[in-house]
Design a protein around this ligand. Structure first.
Ligand SMILES: [Cu+2]
Length: 89
């Protein structure tokens, strides 16, 4: 019972720090771009999940707010010479 409780607490704390952001990536035009951008975002410490879609030109990022922030993610996108704009957070 104690174990179950601690799992629930850890899960709850994790969900407090977990944040999702949708970023529009300008001029993204081919599957290679999506792969490159995805890799760059995944390099940011604290990023848990990245989905980059070419048809919508958007990246959906799930990250740990206690370890990173949106600015660091945007900076990572910049290293691939693309510009990301936050759509929704
Ligand atoms: Cu491309």
């Amino acid at each position: 019972m104690k174990k179950l409780l601690s799992v629930l607490i850890v899960g709850f704390i994790c969900s407090l720090y977990a944040k999702n952001v949708d970023i529009e990536i300008k001029k993204m035009h081919c599957p290679l771009c999506t792969t490159m951008i995805k890799k760059a975002i995944l390099k940011v410490e604290g990023v848990k999940e990245v989905k980059v879609r070419l048809n919508t030109k958007k990246a959906h990022v799930n990250f740990d707010e206690s370890k990173t922030n949106i600015d660091k993610i945007l900076q990572a996108i910049k290293t691939t010479s693309y510009t990301g704009i936050v759509v929704k957070d």
